[in-house]
Design a protein around this ligand. Structure first.
Ligand code: ZN
Ligand code: ZN
Length: 327
C-alpha cells in the first residue's frame, strides 16, 4: 500500500510504501477511494494538537470499499462502500460513553491523529465506527460529509433552532451546513475574510441571504452563530451579532487565543460553547438528512501524492469548498 506519512509536526508528508496490513479481529481493511482534507489535518501537521501518534497517516474523511474483514466483525461484506470518520474508537465504559456522550470519551482514538487515517491507498478502521454508505454517490463528493458534514451537523444542532444563523468561516463545513439550514428555511448569514468577494458569492449561491466580512454587522441580529474558522478574535465579534439569549458555537478543535472582551458582550444570557468530535448517533442523523436536504458538495480533487499542496491551499484559503485526495 501507499501512504502519505507525517514523521514529525512541521515537516512535509512523505510518500511511503508499506506492506498491506491485515485487519485485527474487530477491524476492517478499507481500500480508499477518496479522503477529504480537513482543517484538523492542518492542525496535526502544524503541531497545534498535542501527542499525535508518530509517524501518522492523516485523514479522517474516508470513503472506500471493504477489502478485508476481521474475525469478529459482522455486518460488512467485501466490496461494500463504507465511510470512516474522525471518531475511530471509544472505550465504551467511561462515564461519557455510558451517558450517550462518546464524543467526550476518556480513552478515544481518532482517525488520522492517534490511529492511521486515509491519506493512503488503504486504511484499517474499527468496524464499529465505520458507516455503510449507499451505492451511487460520487466518492470524492461524499468524503467531506464524513467530518465537515458530521461536525458541522453537531455544531448546527447545538446552535439551536433560531431562524437567523451566522456562519463564520465559509469553508468545507459551512458550505454543507448552509445548505441544510437553507433547506430548513433558516436565514444564513455568511462571514468570510474581509473583502473575500469570491467566498461571499459562493455562500450566496448556496442559499445564504447575506454574506460579508467577519467585521461587518449583519442586517439583523442573529439567534446563533457557528465559528468554523480557527480564529479566537471571532468569538467577541460573533457575540456582538447575536441577540439576547443567543449562542456562539466554536466548532473547531483548535483556535487562536480569544482576546479579552467586556462582559457586556456575554450579558443577557448569551452563551459561548464548544463542540468536540462526534457521536455515531450524530452520523446516523446526518446521513438520514443529507439526501433529503439535497446537499451538493464542492470539491477540489488532488492526487494522493499532492497531499502537501492540498494542505497548503487549505492553509492559505485558496480553496472553494473542500479538498479531496484521490489515491
Ligand atoms: Zn469512553
Ligand atoms: Zn475533520
Amino acid at each position: 500500500m501507499r501512504a502519505m506519512v507525517l514523521d514529525a509536526p512541521g515537516h512535509p508528508l512523505v510518500m511511503r510504501g508499506r506492506p498491506l496490513p491485515a485487519p485485527d479481529a474487530n477491524a476492517i481493511l478499507v481500500a480508499v477511494a477518496a479522503c477529504g482534507v480537513c482543517r484538523t489535518d492542518l492542525h496535526v501537521v502544524d503541531g497545534e494538537l498535542p501527542h499525535p501518534k508518530l509517524p501518522i497517516v492523516p485523514g479522517h474523511e474516508i470513503v472506500g470499499r471493504v477489502a478485508g474483514i476481521g474475525a469478529n466483525v459482522f455486518g460488512f461484506s467485501i466490496g461494500q462502500r463504507v465511510g470512516v470518520p474522525w471518531l475511530g474508537h471509544t472505550c465504551g465504559v467511561c462515564p461519557y460513553c455510558r451517558s450517550g456522550r462518546e464524543n467526550l470519551c476518556d480513552a478515544p482514538l481518532f482517525t488520522g491523529y492517534t490511529r492511521d487515517g486515509g491519506y493512503a491507498s488503504h486504511a484499517v478502521a474499527d468496524a464499529a465506527f465505520c458507516f455503510p454508505l449507499p451505492e451511487g454517490g460520487d466518492d470524492a463528493e461524499t468524503a467531506p460529509l464524513l467530518c465537515a458534514g458530521l461536525i458541522g451537523w453537531r455544531s448546527y444542532r447545538i446552535a439551536g433552532e433560531g431562524a437567523a444563523l451566522g456562519l463564520y468561516g465559509f469553508g468545507a463545513a459551512a458550505h454543507i451546513i448552509a445548505q441544510v439550514a437553507a433547506w430548513q428555511g433558516r436565514r444564513v448569514h455568511a462571514f468570510t475574510r474581509a473583502g473575500d468577494a469570491e467566498a461571499q458569492g459562493f455562500a450566496r449561491s448556496l442559499g445564504a441571504v447575506w454574506a460579508g466580512g467577519s467585521d461587518a454587522t449583519p442586517p439583523e441580529p442573529l439567534d446563533a452563530a457557528i465559528i468554523f474558522a480557527p480564529v479566537g478574535a471571532l468569538v467577541p465579534a460573533a457575540l456582538k451579532t447575536v441577540k439576547k439569549g443567543g449562542r456562539v458555537v466554536c466548532a473547531g478543535i483548535h483556535m487562536s487565543d480569544i482576546p479579552r472582551f467586556p462582559y457586556s458582550l456575554l450579558w443577557e444570557e448569551r452563551q459561548v460553547v464548544s463542540v468536540a468530535n462526534l457521536t455515531r448517533q450524530d452520523a446516523h442523523e446526518f446521513f438520514a438528512i443529507a439526501p433529503q436536504a439535497g446537499i451538493k458538495t464542492t470539491v477540489v480533487r488532488y492526487p494522493l501524492d499532492r497531499a502537501n499542496d492540498a494542505l497548503s491551499d487549505l492553509r492559505s484559503g485558496r480553496l472553494q469548498g473542500a479538498a479531496v485526495l484521490i489515491p
